[in-house]
Design a binder for this molecule. Structure first.
Ligand SMILES: Cc1cc2nc3c(=O)[nH]c(=O)nc-3n(C[C@H](O)[C@H](O)[C@H](O)COP(=O)(O)OP(=O)(O)OC[C@H]3O[C@@H](n4cnc5c(N)ncnc54)[C@H](O)[C@@H]3O)c2cc1C
Length: 419
């Protein structure tokens, strides 16, 4: 049946229908909504007959989405008999949508007895380049991606430093192109989250949200994720005032007072984005100057709605009625604490490798990056680490795609020794 467009005209009929309705509130400007699209489409197929899946554009249906308390997109709401059963904001993976649904509906499961030549974990630039090279070399190749193609770059609408695009390119579009290029040679994609792995035997076993997958080689291309502050209540307030992506959520803070935490390039870029939307932006940094490159300094100094809180650390998130309403700041030298009232807090303190899954199996450095050189070989035979997950000096799209290609060369050499 696919995804139905839901408007105020058909809303009542669909929410009161005999099947539950999973309704995604989205907006054309929401970059994360685009990333979630593939996962929601797969959910619609997977749960066909059990569930109706719809999407509502909140810009077209402002009054209705406001009346339902939508404060952030994407929000997924499950309705039955005219009632809201539950909702989830910004689900990080298809598996997260499934586990949200499975609290209310029985889960459909799949089992795959097939033995692949190569399974790639992660559908970012490293993963889809490995899939392209693998499939083109005749390897039976599967990509396991928890959300949608593109990885981190899918969050940005303008990439200017990936060669071959003289006008720059939208990150989501580039992700789709990388996926299509790999599919052209037969690489398959399964939208599934890898939840645990056994990588030390010749047949590698991956436990995923869609069942067990087996492969002769594995390319780990799980990339990186945003770092959180680690403060009490942070998870609960995410989507309720706390955000990790100004490009995605800045629109919700139009005319409001927001703070950005961090001092690197991403904090500087987020602060600049927000000066164009918010009434007031406060940049909080624990040092007395930014680490961000010089190119950001002048525009930040010139923004008349931006101020700095130097030598300050956020020590507490202040909540009222389930929303963030301020933070406690501590002066790193004097220890003095003060309250800063804000409607939103954007956390831009860098990224951490998505490698928890591999702890105790694949050797890592102190920062949690998988130890591999430019051949991408890890200490485990048949297991490769490509892109942002591995130890390397520069984490960019060009270096990620280079790793994807190198991983396949190493995997092919390994497979030749196995047959
Ligand atoms: C906002 C932003 C803007 C950027 N702009 C630029 C730029 O202009 N130029 C540039 O060169 N670089 C840019 N970068 C950096 C660039 O995006 C990364 O270096 C690059 O995406 C790394 O690619 P990757 O394939 O190694 O990992 P990622 O892109 O992180 O992809 C990893 C993928 O693995 C998936 N995954 C993770 N864990 C699992 C699991 N357990 N199961 C299944 N799937 C999983 C994730 O969903 C993700 O899709 C930007 C990054 C961000 C965040």
């Amino acid at each position: 049946m696919g995804i139905i467009s839901v408007t105020r005209e058909n809303f009542d009929q669909l929410t009161r229908g005999d099947k539950p309705l999973l309704l995604e509130f989205q907006a054309p400007w929401c970059t994360y909504c685009r990333r979630l699209q593939g996962a929601v489409e797969e959910i619609a197929q997977q749960y066909e007959g059990q569930l109706v899946v719809g999407a509502m554009n909140i810009d077209d249906e402002e009054a209705l989405s406001d009346s339902l308390g939508i404060e952030l997109v994407p929000t997924l709401m499950l309705f039955q008999n005219g009632q809201v059963l539950s909702h989830v904001v910004n689900p990080p993976s298809k598996a997260a949508i499934e586990s949200f649904l499975n609290q209310e509906l029985p889960a459909p499961q799949q089992e795959d007895e097939h033995l692949y030549d190569m399974v790639v974990i992660g559908g970012g630039p490293a993963g889809y380049t490995a899939a392209l090279y693998g499939a083109r070399a005749g390897l039976d190749t599967l990509v396991l991606e928890k959300l949608s193609a593109g990885g981190q770059m899918a969050q940005t609408t303008q990439i200017d430093n990936y060669p071959g695009f003289e006008e720059g390119v939208d990150g989501f579009t580039l992700g789709m192109k990388l996926q299509a290029g790999a599919q052209r040679f037969g690489a398959q994609t399964l939208i599934a989250e890898v939840q645990s792995v056994q990588l030390d035997a010749p047949v590698k076993v991956l436990h995923t949200s869609q069942g067990v997958i087996r492969s002769r080689t594995v390319v780990i291309a799980t990339g990186a994720d945003h770092r959180s502050l680690g403060l009490e209540g942070e998870e609960a307030l995410t989507g309720r005032g706390v955000s990790y992506c100004a490009a995605c959520d800045g629109m919700f803070f139009k005319g409001k007072r927001v703070a950005v935490v961090g001092g690197g390039n991403s904090a500087a870029a987020d602060a600049l984005t927000l000066t164009r939307l918010a009434k007031e932006v406060i940049l909080i940094h624990r040092r007395d100057q930014l680490r961000a490159t010089k190119v950001y300094h002048d525009p930040l100094q010139q923004a008349d709605n931006l101020t700095f809180q130097w030598n300050s650390q956020v020590t507490q998130l202040l909540e009222q009625d389930g929303r963030l309403h301020g933070v406690t700041l501590r002066d790193v030298y004097t220890g003095e604490e003060r309250t800063l009232e804000v409607d939103g807090l954007f956390v831009s303190i860098g990224r951490a490798p998505a490698t928890q899954l591999f702890q105790g199996q694949v050797p890592m450095d102190k920062g949690g990056y998988l130890i591999a050189d430019e051949t991408t070989r890890t200490a485990l035979p048949g297991v490769y680490a490509a892109g942002d997950v591995r130890t390397k000096p520069l984490r960019q799209i060009v270096t990620a795609v280079a790793d994807g290609a190198a991983a396949v060369q190493a995997a092919e050499e390994y497979l030749m020794t196995q047959s």
